[in-house]
Design a binder for this molecule. Structure first.
Ligand code: IPE
Ligand code: IPE
Ligand code: MG
Length: 247
């Protein structure tokens, strides 16, 4: 069945969607092109998904752009990805700002190359007052790194007598994550068919619905997003309880 915008707009939208933008390399390989060409088309897919998210009125989008493990790749690919981020911001920052998108990097961006770091900081600063859409861009991001970072910050608060151990609960812990103040993703999308989370948002996806497709990220279109949302809207989220359909 072909899902229409009208159909999904009639039902509650996910508030927060997270996407593992995977499959660029395979897409390029399939076309006999260098991997970087796949990443380049992947950036265009991201732009079209941001437009679709805006159309749907969804407020939070988190995209996995570079993991703490992606440094294992050949230096040329890593540098190419860093360069693409600069190009993306140069090309799209005015559009994003106009649309009310807040560009919010998550991850240890201090390790990025100088030029990329500066550009990301510029984008963050320019858009920091925007409230229409929060675009979390996971850059040098790892879920385990994020949890350790939060744990260290909490320990420091305890050592400084600003926080009591007995007061640490899920709400307090969440507030030390990069996504502080944001709802957890309702829906996690992974293109390219891999059945794993690859160290993405380990804490936040505790109750996210997963939608996995064999489509490679450069081919991912708004129709795929609509399909994912439609299926999400037809799931029964039980959170360990009995849910609507069973009670
Ligand atoms: C995702 O595409 C982009 C990044 C990890 C930066 P890949 O480059 O992982 O593509 P595949 O998985 O090799 O096809
Ligand atoms: C996850 O994809 C990271 C990003 C999309 C940025 P990977 O391609 O790095 O994940 P694995 O290696 O297949 O688990
Ligand atoms: Mg991959």
């Amino acid at each position: 069945m072909k899902v229409t915008l009208e159909a999904i707009k009639q039902r509650p939208m996910p508030q927060h969607i997270a996407i593992i933008m995977d499959g660029n390399g395979r897409w390029a390989k399939g076309k006999g092109m260098p991997r970087l060409a796949g990443h380049r088309v992947g950036v265009q897919a991201l732009k079209s998904i941001i437009i679709a998210i805006d159309e749907l009125g969804i407020q939070y989008l988190t995209v996995y752009a570079f993991s703490t493990e992606n440094w294992k790749r050949p230096i040329d690919e890593v540098n190419g990805l860093m360069e693409l981020m600069v190009e993306f911001i140069d090309k799209e920052i005015d559009y994003l700002h106009e649309k009310g998108v807040r560009v919010n990097p998550i991850g240890d961006i201090s390790r990025l190359t100088g030029k990329t770091y500066d550009k990301i900081m510029f984008a963050q600063e320019k858009t920091k007052g925007n409230t229409h859409i929060v675009l979390n861009v996971a850059l040098n991001y790892g879920g385990r790194q994020e949890i350790i970072r939060a744990t260290k910050a909490i320990c420091e608060e305890v050592v400084q007598n600003r926080l009591r151990v007995e007061d640490i609960d899920e709400t307090v812990f969440s507030s030390y994550l990069y996504t502080n103040g944001q709802p957890d993703p309702d829906l996690l999308i992974r293109p390219s068919g891999e059945l794993r989370v690859s160290n993405f948002l380990l804490w936040q996806i505790a109750y996210s619905e997963f939608w996995i497709t064999n489509i490679l990220w450069p081919d991912f279109s708004k129709e795929h997003l609509w399909q994912a949302i439609w299926e999400f809207q037809n799931r029964d989220r039980r959170y360990g309880g009995l849910g609507e359909k069973r009670s």
